[in-house]
Ligand binder design. Structure first.
Ligand code: 4AD
Ligand code: MG
Length: 460
């Protein structure tokens, strides 16, 4: 008999006479003549109740099923008399696949997030983390669905790279462990650097490669892991995170903002429509304001605010910030929070940042002071998207690179794209985990990644 998923059984309109369920025991209680077993198979938040009759052959063993044990149940679906679910299973057989010892750490009680982080290999079996990782999966699907519906091509950009897109020097170097046994790429006698004689790092962003594909295929996006060797001892930064990066040919900053806004709203709507139970858990136990926050984003146009005006607002706010701001300052999260949470009270797209604080590839505006950059900020999370219109003018780009001390020889291919059929183009990067934090109300990035990579977290 084929295994049924609990999600399908509980959602079934009709009674099914013969089912097979395999899963893990959440709880069991015995009455005189029956054992009631709550089973979960990870397909949904809900458990299915299994009623094992004392007349079953191995009833003595069934009575000893512990929390965390694995079992296979065959039986008949019957309407459930208790209030909880529509159906339960009258067991015809209960096969014990493996018995968990009593020291299984996830006994039925509330555990702190801090404790659960120390057992990252087991925490997906809790309601909360099971729900978070199911939403993670749905969200990834929704991203592909969104771009496909809009005619974007999904492209793959390299993980190992020689260029530092953001120019912040926050890269992890790639090192081969056994240099002696590697073929020498350039015939040089020894390895000064570790990628067959060349320096290489893990990518901080797929953007520069994505631009090359946008200039061939039109509208493209990448969606993959990126790496930052920054001090990620905050609740919003991880050393390894996933980024969604659309890049569009023939598109300016306004088109870029429109896409970012549409994408965020689409993802929220998708998750609300498709993950009702899982989102419900977060709205009930993690963030009581969650639905309000999400509806606020769905029902409002994002405020579009030039950086210069934001500085004015911050200066006039009368608030004592830890870091003072003036035109030219990089905004800290306290400033972003003030703008989104206190001043606008809705998502904000800040744009036209000073040239001096942004990377080389952003398009210089006519004022000569600012670049066509944008950051999308949402209440509670802060920056979720960072992007820009790209500098498509070969001469302006060359001059800016020279000014910033970038080696033009290293970027010869990037500059080539501005010589051959250059067009205005734009794109952005959206932090996948930041979106998940928004969707769930989880406020620590370590809790939306199954095995987070932050300082000290590399064991699992
Ligand atoms: O603003 P960032 O640094 O932009 C770029 O890397 C551009 N090259 C993207 C592009 O235009 N294609 O990063 C983009 C987003 C941020 O807004 C944030 O959501 C997320 O990536 N992000 C991080 N998320 C988790 N941990 C970190 N350490 C992150 N750094 C950035
Ligand atoms: Mg940024």
């Amino acid at each position: 008999m084929e295994r049924s998923k609990i999600v399908n059984l509980l959602g079934s309109e009709n009674q099914v006479d013969s089912v097979l369920v395999k899963g893990w025991v959440r709880t069991r209680r015995n009455s005189k003549t029956f054992s009631f077993i709550e089973m979960n198979d990870g397909s949904c938040l809900k458990n299915i109740q299994v009623i094992a009759d004392g007349k079953l052959d191995n009833y003595e063993e069934i009575k000893k099923l512990t929390t965390g044990s694995a079992a296979a149940v065959t039986g008949k679906m019957v309407p459930s008399e208790g209030g909880g679910q529509k159906w339960e299973i009258q067991a015809e057989s209960v096969e014990i696949i493996s018995l968990a010892p009593e020291d299984f750490p996830l006994q039925k009680k509330r555990h702190t997030d801090e404790f659960l982080r120390t057992i990252a290999h087991l925490r997906p079996r809790t309601n909360k983390y099971g729900a978070a990782f199911r939403i993670r999966s749905e969200l990834a699907y929704a991203i592909h669905k969104f771009f496909r519906e809009k005619g974007f091509r999904y492209i793959h950009t390299p993980i190992i790279t020689g260029s530092d897109c953001e120019g912040a020097g926050e890269m992890f170097r790639v090192t081969a462990l056994d240099l002696d046994n590697l073929p020498k790429a350039d015939g040089k006698a020894d390895y000064a650097a570790d990628f067959f004689g060349t320096e290489a790092s893990l990518t901080v962003s797929g953007q520069l490669s994505a631009e090359m594909l946008a200039l061939a295929l039109g509208d493209v996006y990448t969606f993959g892991p990126t790496f930052r060797a920054e001090n990620s001892n905050t609740s919003r930064h991880a050393a390894e995170f996933w980024m969604v990066e659309p890049e569009m040919a023939f598109c300016d900053l306004v088109g870029n903002m429109d896409l970012g806004e549409e994408l965020i709203q689409y993802l929220i709507r998708f998750v609300l429509d498709n993950c009702e139970d899982d989102i419900g858990l977060f709205a009930k136990f993690v963030d009581k304001q969650l639905m309000k926050t999400l509806e606020n984003i769905l029902n409002n146009e994002f405020v579009r605010l030039p950086y210069g005006e934001a500085i004015g607002i911050l200066e006039k706010s009368g608030k004592k910030f830890e870091y003072a701001v003036r035109f030219g300052s990089d905004l800290q999260s306290e400033h972003e929070r003030y703008i989104t949470e206190e001043y606008c009270k809705k998502p904000v797209i800040l744009y036209n940042y000073p040239e001096s604080i942004k990377p080389f590839y952003m398009r210089v505006n006519d004022d000569g002071q600012t670049v066509a950059a944008m950051d999308v900020l949402v209440p509670g999370i802060g920056e979720i998207i960072g992007g820009s219109q790209r500098e498509e003018r070969a001469d302006v780009l060359s001059a800016r690179m020279a000014e910033m001390g970038l080696d033009k020889e290293e970027y010869w291919w990037y500059l080539d794209s501005r010589r051959f059929g250059s067009v205005p183009h734009s794109g952005f990067g959206m932090g996948f985990e930041r979106v998940l934090m928004l969707m769930t109300g989880i406020r620590n990035i370590r809790d939306v990644i199954p095995f987070p990579r932050t300082p000290g977290n590399v064991e699992f």
